[in-house]
Design a protein around this ligand. Sequence first.
Ligand SMILES: [Fe+2]
Length: 206
Amino acid sequence: MTEMIALFPTPMLRCEGLVDATLVAQLRSHLQVQMTVPNVQSAQLSHSQILYPEGDALLQTLTDRLMPTVVELGEQIFGQALPWRIKELWGNVLQTGGYQAVHNHANSFISGIVYLSVSHPSSRTAFLRGLGGRDFAFSNTNRQAQTGPYNAEKWLAPEPEPGDVLLFPSYLLHEVPINHGAERVSMAFNAIPERLDAWGYSIGFQ
Ligand SMILES: [Fe+2]
């Protein structure tokens, strides 16, 4: 018997229809007046200020809806259903021709995207394995080579519907390729656990 073992896989949670159409519409109108922060790289992308769920009933409703999924992914990452907090959220509006450059989310453990509009297939969120370091690189990327989970450099998330949510470890590099479709609206968020404990060496986050 031979067995291919998927060693050290990365957990990611995709939740179809987690946010219902009414809440999607409410969030879109909530964001509409707040998209005042231009993206530094793409003129066709703008963001809201950083938003906090505390004291905002609508965002609190959203974070209540998201929380079980954050705990579920966190259980895979840290092996335990810990108390988590969604500490910030923000809105993103991507016009035709806009893109989101490669980045990850600092000072966070779980990040997520809430899709609030239809997305053109060109603007599917892309996750990247890495951008290289100071070592020489070898590759066998060519027309004859098959791409699979062990050699892929990039993974494109499935085409989302409004209300779908994607959660991932915050260290993962990701981007949105150039949007060849109509306006694409999403929210992003960052979450942290209350406390991590390594055999008594514990650390709390606020
Ligand atoms: Fe992001």
